[in-house]
Ligand binder design. Structure first.
Ligand code: DAH
Length: 347
């Protein structure tokens, strides 16, 4: 054998031995040990490189090239082995850590709109269709807006009907109705015509019971312009009731009194529980009271900045809690603000 042949055979043997050893490698530690042994600084292939200087000059290029090929072959084999072992490990993990994809997932609990919000949105939509805007107004009000400008000067006995919570600040209180918003929108818009609804929270100093809460929601209706008539009030409310309660809903106006309207009326719809027969829900009358209304009192128009000789208007105010109670046959008004999901889930 020539020198050259001996050297080539040696390299071939190095490769063979290394690959044979690799075949026995079974885990990551062994693989690392194999790398150090067969590709590390003191490995056989690397030895060939460092002893290159002892070779005949004309042998060196061939030997260098061949040694390189051996090293690349071993590196390739190492990489292949590593991937093989990773795939094996994954396969094993998939088999041992079984995931039962047929198990039903845990459902995400979905929120829903509060029943009062649902009714309020419906009311806003109905009035929106009739050309009304929503006008926001404050829940903390002054005595003047809540009473005086609504034609209830200090010591007016009607104030007792709207007893409220007073703040430590003189003349500042929690509004008992959305009616003070009438003055706010009039003062902002005068002398332009007005066609708005004012929804919002209202508060009253009341004994808590199944029928009354200290907080409840109202929607105020206000139309102001030239030649606004009682007929327009009746038409608007009838239209509203039919859209909210159904085409066949019966309605009636009953004379009443409010300091801020003249004349004043209550607006009733036929009881949708007994359909007029008389039942506990309608207190045997066959009618459900929905709202108070009337033609805006001249004093109120004046406080709002409208000349009552030129302008007229109608107003209405409805509590949406009671209507919602009736609509869903809820037995206690306090459910609305307890935030018990067992209650809320039902709507
Ligand atoms: N503000 C009255 C209340 O809370 C309801 C009301 C009656 C509002 C007649 C009005 C109205 O605008 O015209 O009892």
């Amino acid at each position: 054998m020539t020198d050259k042949e001996t050297h080539l055979a040696n390299l071939e043997q190095i490769q063979k031995d290394a690959l044979a050893a690799l075949a026995d490698v079974a885990d990551a530690d062994a693989l690392e040990a194999w790398r150090v042994a067969h590709l590390g600084r003191s490995s056989a292939v690397m030895g060939v490189f460092s002893s290159m200087g002892t070779l005949d000059k004309e042998l060196r290029p061939l030997m260098g090239k061949t040694a390189n090929e051996v090293r690349q072959a071993l590196e390739g084999a190492l990489e292949e082995k590593r991937q093989l072992m990773e795939a094996d490990a994954l396969k094993q993990a998939l088999e041992t850590e079984k995931l039962d994809v047929t198990l039903p997932g845990r459902p995400v609990t979905r929120g829903r709109l509060h029943p009062l919000t649902q009714v309020l949105r419906r009311i806003i939509q109905i009035f929106g269709d009739m050309g009304f805007q929503v006008y926001p107004s404050p829940e903390v009000e002054t005595d003047d807006y809540n009473f005086t400008y609504l034609n209830m000067p200090p010591y007016h006995p009607a104030r007792d009907m709207w007893d409220t919570f007073y703040t430590k600040q003189e003349g500042v209180l929690l509004r008992t109705h959305t009616s003070p918003g009438q003055i706010r929108v009039m003062r902002a818009r005068a002398p332009e015509p007005i066609r708005v609804i004012l929804p919002g929270a209202t508060m009253r100093y009341e004994q808590l019971s199944a029928r009354s809460e200290i907080e409840f929601a109202q929607v105020e209706v206000l139309v102001v312009g030239e030649r606004v008539s009682f007929a327009e009030l009746k038409g608007t409310l009838d239209d509203f009731a039919r859209r909210l309660f159904g085409e066949e809903a019966r309605t009636r106006l009953r004379p009443s009194h409010f300091p801020f309207t003249e004349p004043s009326a209550e607006f009733d719809v036929g009881c949708f529980v007994c359909e007029g027969e008389g039942c506990p829900v309608c207190k045997e009358t066959g009618w459900l009271e929905i709202l108070g209304c009337g033609m805006v009192h001249p004093v109120v128009l004046e406080y709002g900045g409208y000349d009552p000789a030129v302008y007229s208007g109608f107003a209405a105010g409805m509590g949406i809690d009671r209507s919602t109670l009736m609509r869903y046959r809820i037995d206690d008004i306090r459910h609305f603000r307890n935030n018990d999901v067992r209650f809320l889930r039902q709507f």
